[in-house]
Design a protein around this ligand. Structure first.
Ligand code: SF4
Length: 355
């Protein structure tokens, strides 16, 4: 069975709802510009599922996952996040896990307006702690993201970017000054992989990561909190040499305290023929990163209590500080919301992050 996700926009009732839904479903199957149209001969084979977004809502708004899903494990753990994105992307990842959004061309059909102030007000009215720019890369809507970030800060809400980091040097200062935290993809560690699989360049991404970690400051002069994610794709970016090189670079340029998430790939978009990442790969790569001296290394997209947990980096201590199972927090001895103070309660070591 082939799954085709189509979207034909908002529904304004012109006839009984059932007829409108059928008409829209046929439109989605035959007119969505991202897919080859379904032919009349294939109609009887169609199984149609209809999802309805609430009236007046921005694309992907609202959703309220915990911070761990971004993933950010050292930024106000367990706090709530309002996530949204627009359409399109400046990368061309063949494995794109959000391809129905990132490859969309019909933004005018996929969204309705939501001003920066409106988004901030919605988050504030629901008691949400952070607003994340995610799904597609926020650099393609940087001005909107910056305006929204400023509106959020004015209401005490943290702006967060989830990004591939492929941007020009000129764009970095304004963009990162507007963010309190970011998760930046480091999708591999060879130019060959970057160019052939993502259509972008490794050097530009490394320069963004270096800037975000070492230079970016909020208007109050605070560092922007940064974590990194590497999606491990079997046979393409999961070899020991590439991972050693990546972890060495992180240690030398960023220091050992920048958290690194190794995430499991699932077949998607133009990589349906590549198998999912075996769990052993996550275990192996995490061991490599820890052996390279990185302090906080996580296994993502899988149940892995060991790989999901934050440990004290003091080798004489190694206490469990935040225990997780996938995105779920089981025990937290670190965060202010749980009575912690950002230090290991066992040995007093300060743990990098915002607690
Ligand atoms: S950067 Fe992210 S959203 Fe953009 S194409 Fe790559 S995986 Fe998809």
């Amino acid at each position: 069975m082939t799954l085709v996700r189509g979207c034909i926009g908002s529904l304004v009732a012109h006839q009984p709802l059932g007829k409108d839904v059928i008409a829209h479903a046929v439109d989605a199957a035959t007119r969505d510009p991202r897919f080859n149209p379904v032919t009349a001969a294939e109609y009887p084979l169609l199984n149609i599922e209809v999802s309805v977004l609430g009236g007046g809502s921005q694309r992907q708004l609202p959703s309220r996952p915990a911070m761990e899903k971004k993933p950010l494990n050292h930024f106000h753990p367990g706090s709530s996040v309002l996530s949204f994105g627009t359409a399109g992307c400046n990368s061309g990842c063949r494995f794109c896990q959000n391809f129905d959004i990132a490859k969309a061309r019909s933004i005018d059909k996929l969204s309705v307006g939501a001003s920066p102030e409106k988004i901030a007000q919605i988050a504030a009215s629901r008691g949400i702690d952070s607003v994340a720019f995610t799904y597609n890369d926020p650099i393609v809507f940087a001005e909107y993201a910056i305006d929204t970030a400023q509106a959020c800060r004015a209401l005490g809400i943290h702006p967060i970017a989830v990004t591939a980091g492929y941007m020009s040097a000129e764009a970095r200062p304004d963009f990162y000054a507007a963010m309190d935290a970011a998760n930046i993809d480091l999708k591999g560690f060879t130019e060959d992989f970057y160019w052939k699989v993502t259509g972008t360049h490794l050097a530009d991404v490394l320069a963004t990561i270096d800037y975000a970690v070492n230079e970016a400051r909020t208007p109050e002069g605070e560092h922007v909190w940064v974590e990194l994610t590497t999606l491990l794709i079997p046979g393409l970016n999961d070899d020991d040499a590439q991972l050693h090189a990546e972890c060495t670079w992180i240690g030398e340029h960023l220091g050992p305290d920048v958290p690194l998430h190794f995430s499991a790939f699932h077949p998607s978009y133009r990589m349906m023929d590549v198998p999912p990442t075996p769990h052993e790969t996550l275990t192996r790569t995490r061991a490599i990163a820890l052996a390279e001296g990185l302090h906080y290394v996580y296994a993502g997209n899988v149940h892995d209590r060991e790989g999901d947990t934050t440990y004290c980096p003091n080798p004489q201590c190694h206490a469990k500080l935040i225990e997780r199972d996938w995105y779920r927090i089981i025990a937290d001895r670190l965060s202010a919301s749980s009575g912690g103070n950002g230090h290991c309660p066992q040995c007093g070591t300060a743990i990098a992050g915002r607690w």
